[in-house]
Design a protein around this ligand. Sequence first.
Ligand code: IMP
Ligand code: MG
Length: 180
Amino acid sequence: MKRIKLWDKEFEIAINNSDIQLAVKRMAGEMKTDLEGKETLFICILNGAFMFASELMKELELPDAEISFLKLSSYSGANSTGEIKELIGLNEVITGRTVVILEDIVDSGLTIKEVLNQLLDKGAREVKIATLLFKPQALKVDINLDYVGLEIPNDFIVGFGLDYDRRGRNYKDIYSLVTE
Ligand code: IMP
Ligand code: MG
């Protein structure tokens, strides 16, 4: 089984690129049906979703689609769920728009819920969530995920945009942490 080493940790292959591509193509098809004619703004959450967003946008046949990118500040103040993250780099007008958030993975769901709430606060007409990966066993918030690529176990993974301490984002397959 193919393995990689990042820093001090070993990872073994968990999801092949061909399976990722199939999931992405299916998601693109679902989005085309839902979003035709809606002048949708797709927002890629950096850094992790860059590869997912790139593959998805190549598969999406929507002539009125636009894409933008945002980053979350690591910390700024606190709220009941923990911390409020600031959305950085979003210059587009959100008011009245259909927005689709592109995320690499939903784990506890706190990050995506925060982004969703902030986009609704900015006046989005509707906000849909698309995540390549979803760990259902880790979910801590009540949230509706509109497009899910693959459901995965509650293991730590890297590759296809996801990192372990900044490394591993560049791999085309997804690897999970070896814990023995
Ligand atoms: P959440 O707020 O707990 O849902 O976490 C979401 C963020 O945590 C993702 O956007 C990832 O950046 C990171 N994350 C969660 N699980 C993993 C993982 O297994 N590997 C790498 N990053 C992860
Ligand atoms: Mg992320």
